[in-house]
Design a protein around this ligand. Sequence first.
Ligand SMILES: NC(=O)c1ccc[n+]([C@@H]2O[C@H](COP(=O)([O-])OP(=O)(O)OC[C@H]3O[C@@H](n4cnc5c(N)ncnc54)[C@H](O)[C@@H]3O)[C@@H](O)[C@H]2O)c1
Length: 428
Amino acid sequence: MNNIVVVGLGAVGLPLALCYALKDCLVYGVDSNQEHLKKIKTCTIDFQEDDNGKKINEIIREATEKGNLVLSTDIPEITQPGTVIMVVVPINVENGSLNINTVSQALKDVGKKLKQGDLVIIRSTVFPGFSEEVALPILERESGMQGGQDFYLAYSPERMSEGKAFEELRNIDLIVGGINQESVNQAIATLRIISPALVHVGKIKEVETSKIIENLQRDVNIALANEISYFLASKGISGKNCIRLANTHKRVNMLLPGPGVGGHCLPWAYYYLGHITRSPEELPLSRLSRQINDLTPQVIVNLIQNYITESSYDQDKIAILGQAWKDYSSNCRHSPAVRAKEILIEKGFQVVSYDPMAKSGLGVEVVNLEDCLENASVVIIPVIQKEFLSLDVAKIQRLIKPEALIIDLKELLNKEELVSAGYKVFSL
Ligand SMILES: NC(=O)c1ccc[n+]([C@@H]2O[C@H](COP(=O)([O-])OP(=O)(O)OC[C@H]3O[C@@H](n4cnc5c(N)ncnc54)[C@H](O)[C@@H]3O)[C@@H](O)[C@H]2O)c1
């Protein structure tokens, strides 16, 4: 039985740990956040993940009962040689600057427990040079051993998307780099336990950078989609339809526009790459794309302000359906929908929101769809949740004010029907 330690049981680390537990490895899942760990232990975690229909909490229950998953706040002392330790703790971005304290602490903890012959695989998204220039010195200092000789160190970023973790942890191609060939070989053998996917090997710094580029490419792509689509909307042309048509060309692959970009992968890519710039003039396209995506919630608020100035209502109630950072998610991290709500509250508007999956903890959140929509003169639909799919124009008509503004960024409702029912509709 392989011994695997997974440090950081978040959106990535927890399903990753479970994938190994499902392969009969003995997995030690470590998370320093006691409250979070308690939710995992009590199988009450709200991650929207399932493995072929089996919910994540059920998988946790079975793995712990079987003895394949052992949970704790500290890295255990393992006597068996050749332990694999995977680090899945993020580098945070605060006001545009990187904060490596959290991941450095995790690496210090790992270094203290390292033994001869162990393998450390960093799975987090990091800036170019992190593994060799930050992680390796910490591990060597704390363990008193030499990397590449006494222990092994590899980097293989996680490429999964929340909501599809189990499927993508197993099936997306893997990219791997290591401080020496033996580190790469051992890392591939470990990754192979759960994944039959292709493995591509590169220099460690190139692998680190390629992960950032994956995210940055989408951030820039969405900025272009948003720039085009918000511009075209003012001309009465659907940017989404245009992009769909353009994508029929085999060399065009644009993403669709929306309320902005959330989560902590895409919005942080520019800052990870920017960490190694020498001058603020470098990476202008990436920086501008980030600004465009950051400003999108403000663009939505501007639309509302213009509408309200012209509307005849004394009291404008703004209803936001969906607070998560992406469709069908329970996560509000850096959510553009939450940012739009925040700006509206700052401007003194009466705002309520409803999301059956994700609570933002900001302002008035109601517990059902009807309370959210009732008497609203503006409705924003930034993201979709399953429950919203049953919403139709007839139901809308029973609840919201006549001639209300509906900002439907997800094509949830039939635009023609809404317009003929007398609503003002903004869509992309
Ligand atoms: N979320 C995604 O969809 C996704 C996809 C691909 C890659 N990634 C990358 O994977 C990494 C992890 O992302 P995430 O979304 O799982 O993060 P997360 O914030 O959901 O989870 C990180 C976990 O690490 C724990 N932690 C922090 N310090 C610790 C320590 N010293 N010891 C033990 N646990 C500690 C936290 O309590 C938290 O539960 C990031 O680098 C991220 O960029 C994320």
